[in-house]
Design a binder for this molecule. Structure first.
Ligand SMILES: Cc1cc2nc3c(=O)[nH]c(=O)nc-3n(C[C@H](O)[C@H](O)[C@H](O)COP(=O)(O)OP(=O)(O)OC[C@H]3O[C@@H](n4cnc5c(N)ncnc54)[C@H](O)[C@@H]3O)c2cc1C
Length: 279
């Protein structure tokens, strides 16, 4: 293992190692690797990956922010989905060391909890390569194949938060807490309140763990747009999502089951969203 203290050194080491090396953050995903690379490039001493902060309209997390830290800090109500996803993922021991950067960069990790929540709140990622820094929407980053010759270090994750935006997260597991989700849903929307009640606009609806990559489901967003995000709207969104998704089978659950539980998971996500009153 090498432990660089500068990003330039970390990127150079990773580029030299190519497929024989990998960045190591909390190590909770990498520890499952049956054919580990010969050298880990540990990133815990890189100060740029630590800390973060919140302004009136923006929150930024360093890539080394742990699930525990994300779940503990209540943060802005618009980002509640991220805090709930972090707090309900894995076990306390794992959450204490697992990082937001690792969750995003664990390629092929279908059940990652933070990813759907971050997609729903429109998160952006800042990456550094030997060629410099670049920032892009998280969904673009997830859709780009990693380049071994030009490794990218994820440095920060950020998300904006309008005053009227709210978000929520729901997940279901085989036996209860502490396991990967079979189905996960994150919802984010602008809520306006009038004499006629609450109305949701600019809805973002993301499903994780069901297909091979978490993604927004436009059909469910349309079903929720303009509604009060109440139980009936939730059921319509779940039906629209079930019709649009191609669910995968694995050892833990067949695809049909992942879709059958969607109404329950959507209801949980909407209850989480409504747990903070709109303004
Ligand atoms: C028992 C157990 C239960 C778990 N349950 C859950 C769960 O319920 N939900 C869930 O979401 N996850 C779960 N996980 C998986 C894991 O904890 C998370 O995915 C975690 O967020 C990974 O973070 P890490 O810091 O440990 O990543 P690491 O294992 O250190 O790295 C993961 C990948 O990301 C790359 N990487 C890490 N940081 C960076 C960076 N800054 N820039 C570029 N690449 C980087 C690494 O090279 C590696 O490919 C569980 C793990 C265990 C062991």
């Amino acid at each position: 293992m090498v432990v660089p203290t500068s990003m330039t050194d970390a990127l150079r080491r990773a580029a030299d190692l190519g497929r024989h090396g990998a960045f190591l953050a909390g190590g909770t995903w990498l520890m499952r690797d049956r054919q580990p690379p010969s050298t880990w490039v540990a990133v815990h001493r890189l100060s740029e990956l630590r800390g973060g902060g919140t302004t009136e309209d923006h929150t930024r997390w360093g890539a080394m922010t742990t699930h525990s830290e994300l779940g503990r800090v209540a943060g802005h109500p618009a980002l509640r989905a991220v805090a709930t996803a972090a707090r309900t993922s894995a076990f306390p021991q794992v959450r204490a060391v697992a990082t937001i950067g690792g969750n995003i960069c664990a390629r092929g990790f279908v059940e990652a909890d933070l990813v759907p929540a971050l997609l729903a709140v429109g998160a952006r990622v800042q990456l550094h390569t030997v060629d410099g820094a670049e920032t892009c929407p998280l969904e673009d980053h997830l859709g780009t194949a990693p380049d071994r010759d030009r490794p990218a270090l994820l440095v920060t994750v950020s998300a904006g938060h309008g005053r009227q935006r709210r978000s929520g997260y729901g997940r279901i597991t085989v036996r209860g807490g502490g396991e990967y989700p079979l189905t996960a849903v994150a919802v984010s929307a602008e809520l306006t309140t009038s004499a006629n009640g609450v109305r949701a606009t600019d809805v973002r609806f993301v499903v994780g763990a069901v297909e091979h990559q978490a993604r927004r489901v436009a059909e469910a967003e349309t079903a929720l747009e303009g509604t009060d995000l109440g139980p009936e709207a939730g059921r319509s969104a779940a039906a629209a999502a079930a019709a649009a998704l191609t669910a995968r089978d694995d050892l833990y659950a067949p695809g049909w089951y992942r879709l059958a539980v969607l109404p329950t998971v959507v209801a949980a996500a909407l209850a989480d969203l409504h747990s903070v009153a709109p303004v």
